[in-house]
Every structure is written in structure tokens, then in C-alpha cells.
Design a protein around this ligand. Structure first.
Ligand code: ZN
Ligand code: ZN
Length: 583
């Protein structure tokens, strides 16, 4: 039976509307996903000049008979979709197959394929079949696409630089390898292997191929479920961060999807564990009954809507927070083995190029990681031991530069940033206080009057309830002044006016979607910093002890509320290694 079916024109039009080949990666996507649907176990992607000269995809899938081979690159042929229902449920990977004719119309294509009998070789140029011959009987398909846009020079100009084309392809192959970890992918450019997975079905191994061994050691396994959703995957420890969201990867029923709401949920679960403008590496697999999702398949992306999103949000949020909360997150100083990493000549070349042309590209980090061929041995999937005590007991030895407290215990040596640590302690304290509606207030001996610019005064006047709910006694005085008679007890002595001004500042900039929790959190962060011991301030031995003690009581003692680390650990072994006492 022919595997390719001609689909209804109606559907074809629907799909073709958004169907454009824009970049080399569009072609690669098309070919690779066809290979996946053909049941391939090994898919090799070979590029010449980052794909601009030639792209070749070799698979060991079922192959096509000669009838299918002849129609594969003609319009409206697809083996994937028969009706719109399939589209809705993404029961197949999508409508790929439909773009093959588009690809063929703007390039030179050679298709070699066989189901095990005599094979077929088809040559197409500009969408017109040039030649059909018998080929060898190797089962599988090889498609070579060369000279993309040769007949549409105007579009050729729209291709990015060699490096951005390669970065896009690399990024795509990373994601497809994550979602299909039982298939082995090999990506080669100009004869050099850039990325290779073993198809063993182990997602963590794919993560290692993308990000390298050091990062993979810092990935934490997650797994949780509720009535509607099941999630599993890996999240990075907060010390591993990236400067963009591209490394928040979500898969739904095995397909990589993009969903800004999911990204927000993941990012917010890391709140105060990392700096605001940094993002973790996260790979989350979501499993759900397909009837609970609505998929909008677009040639360049796959967006998705969830019914019962709140349940999913809750599941992800709780699981990430509880994992971050349950493991020891003290960054550990590790002595690197003295060896130069194997960096291909090409990498250096690319990095040089990158500094010129690559600045605006999103995915340089992926891309670089893939070029550094990490040949280190890979052991067992990483399990991080859980420990209920977050920071072990430790004893201060002294203070360096009025800023870093040196501590020790039987495990090794610790450095604590006294400002960051105090900030964390303060932050959790204020958050607790702000969350407690039964705070007492104190009458001030000398009431505080604060004058505001009129526009700000109007906003604050409208929001006096916020201040009153916090247990301030406040009244209007004249046209632009507030009189504060009492303040909540937790407001630190000597800083009353400064603190009130900060709170009023926050009220004037409060967003439309005001939430008390977020507001309290902002206040807690601002006050925590303002009232923490500064760097370059010498504190006594007993003050150090008190600080360490309070830090150990914290829910998240590892970072300040801005996400900077509070403690760094040097194990005995690392110390000995550094001094070459241990080899
Ligand atoms: Zn600070
Ligand atoms: Zn801070």
C-alpha cells in the first residue's frame, strides 16, 4: 500500500497558508520529521557550509516504494494527515510532507529511497522531476537538498549568516533530540561532527550532549503528578543560569511546544533563587490526555492551550519549589582537571565570528556547547541526595575584607557573604511580618509628615487602604501631604521614614494587576537590602555566629532575595586538591 495519501484540498489550503520555507532550518525540520515518522532509529544530518550549500538527511526508516517516491515532492502529498481530526489531536507530528513540494520548488533535490527491494532515485530541480532511476536496496531514505533559493535570489538574501543558519539548525536538532531520545541523531557540518546522541532513550544523556557534563551534574530530577497531569524531567540548580529563556524547554506528550505561560510558571518557581534577569535550564515533559489540550500547529512553531491550566501550574510550581527547597544548594568550589578542553578549530573561528555578527542571535550558548565535543565519560543518571538540614552547622573563623565570613566544620571551609546572608534573613523576616495581619502598631512620639508630588499623592490617596491594612495610622494633611501617626511594630527603629517612603514609592508604581503577595515581597526585598549589614563593615565574632544561626533557620538560605549566593563551600577534598595534598 502506498504510504503517501493525497489530502483534501481544503485542508491543504488551510495548511499551506502559513507554509513558507524561510531558513535552512525549515528544510531540516521538514526532512528530519519525515524521517522520524518513517520509524527511523538513526538520523544523520550533514551540512555543507552550514546548510546553505547543501543539506543531506540520511535515515534508516521504512523508506518509500517507487510510487511514493515519485509523488513525495509533488504538491499536496502527505503521509501524515488524512483528516482535520489528526491535526487537532496531533496524533502524528504534524502536516510535514506538505512542505516538501515547497522545498523542491526552490532548490535541487535528490531523493534516494528503498523499502528493501529495488530502490528509487528521483532528481528534482525547481520543482520539476528531471530523472527517475533504480537505486540500491538499502532500507531507508536519503534526501539531499542543495542550492536553496537558487531560482529565487531575492529570498536568498533573507538567509542569515552562515553561523546564524547553523545556530538555528543546532538549536532545532537539540530540541528534537530531547523529545526523541530513543533516536540517535548526528549533526555534521563540513565533515565535522557537532552533536551526536546515542538514541538510548535517556533524556539526561541528551542534556549532557547539549550542555556538557559539568552542567548535567547540576541538573535535578523532577517527577510529580495529579489527576490530570504527569510531569517529569530535569531542572538546573539555581547556580546554573542562562541569559535568555531559550533553555526553558517544555514537551507535551513528547513534542516540544512553546508556551509563554508555562515559561512564566517555571521562571517564577525559581523566584529569589536566581537573579531576575537570568533563567534556569529546564526540560519538563508533560503528559496529558490529548482532549485536555488545544494545539495550534504553525509551520514554525507549535503553540498549545491547556484546559485545567491552573492544575498544571500548581503541579509544576510545587514540584520545582519543593525540589529547590529540599536539596543543598550551596555552590561547591571544584578544582578543574588540568587539561585543555577539546575545542575544534572551527569553534575558535566561530567564536571570533560570533563576536562580530552573532550578538543578536539567541542561542549562541547552545550552539557553542554543541561545538565543544565533550568526550568525558558519562556515568549513571545523576541523583542528588536530599537533606533536610539546609546549611550544616559551621563555625566562624574570621572576616575577610569586612565582607566575607570564613567558616569551617568537619566537611571543609565555607565563605559567607555577610550582606547577602543578612539580606536573606531580613527578607524572610519581613515577609513573615507582612503576611501576618495581627501585627501590633506603635504610636510615634513625633508623627512623620511626608510631602508628595501631586500626581503621586493622588495615587497614594486612592490606596490608603494598603497602608492601613499594614497597620499604619495615616491621615491626609493639606493638598499633598500625609501624616503618619503609628506604624507596624516590625518597622525597624531609626528607619521609619525611609521605610515609609519606600513603601509609598512602591504604591505609586504598583501595576494594574496588583497582588498583595507581590507587593509584600517587593517591600520585603527593598527593606531587607536597606537594613542589612553592608559589605566593608566589620562585625564581631558573636555577630557572625548570630548571623550564621539565623541564616540556618531560613527557608531558602542559599541566595539573597536578588538571587546571589550567600554561601560557597570548599570541601576538604577540594582544598587538599588545590594544595596538591591529594591527587
Ligand atoms: Zn543588597
Ligand atoms: Zn541581594
Amino acid at each position: 500500500m502506498n504510504k503517501i495519501k493525497i489530502m483534501s484540498e481544503n485542508l491543504a489550503n488551510k495548511i499551506a497558508a502559513g507554509e513558507v520555507v524561510e531558513k535552512c532550518v525549515s528544510v531540516i525540520k521538514e526532512l528530519v520529521e519525515n524521517s522520524i515518522d518513517a520509524g527511523s532509529k538513526n538520523i544523520k544530518i550533514e551540512l555543507l557550509e552550514c546548510g546553505i550549500k547543501e543539506m543531506k538527511v540520511t535515515d534508516d526508516g521504512t523508506g518509500m516504494n517507487s510510487e511514493d517516491a515519485k509523488t513525495a515532492f509533488l504538491p499536496h502529498a502527505t503521509s501524515k494527515l488524512i483528516n482535520e481530526d489528526d491535526l487537532f489531536h496531533i496524533s502524528s507530528l504534524g502536516f510535514r510532507g506538505e512542505a516538501l513540494p515547497s522545498v523542491a520548488s526552490i532548490s535541487e533535490v535528490t531523493l534516494k529511497t528503498s523499502t528493501g527491494d529495488v530502490g528509487t532515485v528521483v532528481n528534482i530541480k525547481g520543482g520539476v522531476i528531471q530523472k527517475i532511476e533504480a537505486g540500491d536496496a538499502r532500507v531507508g531514505t536519503v534526501v539531499t537538498v542543495s542550492n536553496l533559493f537558487y531560482n529565487t535570489p531575492a529570498r536568498l538574501k533573507h538567509l542569515g549568516s552562515l553561523y546564524s543558519e547553523l545556530a538555528n539548525i543546532t538549536n532545532y536538532i537539540h530540541k528534537i533530540a530531547l523529545s526523541h531520545n530513543n533516536i540517535s541523531f548526528t549533526l555534521i557540518n563540513d565533515g565535522k561532527v557537532l552533536f551526536e546522541t546515542d538514541g538510548s532513550g535517556n533524556q539526561l544523556k541528551v542534556i549532557k550532549e547539549i550542555y556538557g557534563l559539568d552542567t548535567t551534574k547540576k541538573m535535578i530530577e523532577i517527577s510529580a503528578s495529579n489527576d490530570d497531569y504527569e510531569i517529569n524531567g530535569y531542572i538546573s540548580m539555581p547556580e546554573v543560569t542562562k541569559s535568555n529563556r531559550n533553555h526553558l524547554i517544555t514537551l507535551v506528550n513528547g513534542r516540544v511546544v512553546r508556551n509563554t505561560d508555562l515559561n512564566r510558571v517555571i521562571n517564577e518557581a525559581y523566584h529569589t533563587y536566581k537573579p531576575e534577569d537570568k533563567y534556569p535550564i529546564v526540560v519538563i515533559n508533560i503528559w496529558v490526555d490529548p482532549t485536555l489540550i488545544d494545539v495550534n500547529i504553525h509551520p514554525t512553531k507549535m503553540d498549545i492551550k491547556f484546559s485545567k491550566f491552573e492544575a498544571l501550574k500548581e503541579l509544576i510550581d510545587t514540584e520545582i519549589k519543593s525540589k529547590l527547597n529540599s536539596i543543598r544548594l550551596i555552590p561547591k568550589v571544584e578544582v578543574k582537571k588540568e587539561k585543555t578542553p577539546v575545542i575544534q578549530e572551527q569553534t575558535l573561528e566561530l567564536e571570533r565570528e560570533e563576536s562580530k555578527a552573532f550578538k543578536i542571535e539567541d542561542d549562541t550558548s547552545d550552539y557553542k556547547a554543541s561545538l565543544i565535543l565533550n568526550k568525558e565519560e558519562y556515568d549513571e543518571p545523576i541523583k542528588i541526595e536530599e537533606d533536610t538540614k539546609k546549611i550544616p552547622e559551621m563555625y566562624p573563623v574570621g572576616l575577610v575584607k569586612g565582607t566575607y565570613i570564613i567558616c569551617q566544620n568537619e566537611l571543609g571551609m565555607y565563605m559567607i557573604d555577610q550582606h547577602a546572608a543578612k539580606e536573606r534573613v531580613n527578607y524572610e523576616h519581613y515577609l513573615r511580618m507582612l503576611g501576618n495581619p495581627k501585627n501590633d502598631s506603635i504610636e510615634m512620639l513625633f508623627p512623620i509628615t511626608i510631602e508628595f508630588p501631586y500626581n503621586e499623592f493622588l495615587i497614594i490617596k486612592e490606596n490608603l487602604d494598603i497602608l492601613r491594612n499594614m497597620n499604619f495610622t495615616v491621615e491626609e494633611l493639606g493638598t499633598n501631604t500625609l501624616l503618619f501617626r503609628a506604624h507596624p511594630t516590625w518597622l525597624p527603629q531609626g528607619y521609619e521614614e525611609a521605610a515609609i517612603r519606600k513603601i509609598c514609592d512602591l504604591i505609586t508604581i504598583k501595576e494594574k494587576s496588583f497582588s498583595v503577595e507581590k507587593f509584600n515581597e517587593s517591600i520585603a526585598i527593598i527593606l531587607s537590602c536597606k537594613l542589612a549589614i553592608k559589605a566593608n563593615e566589620n562585625i564581631s565574632h558573636s555577630e557572625m555566629e548570630t548571623l550564621i544561626d539565623s541564616l540556618r533557620q531560613c527557608k531558602n538560605p542559599y541566595t539573597c532575595p536578588h538571587g546571589r549566593p550567600t554561601v560557597i563551600f570548599y570541601s576538604n577534598y577540594e582544598l587538599e586538591k588545590m594544595f596538591k595534598r591529594a591527587m
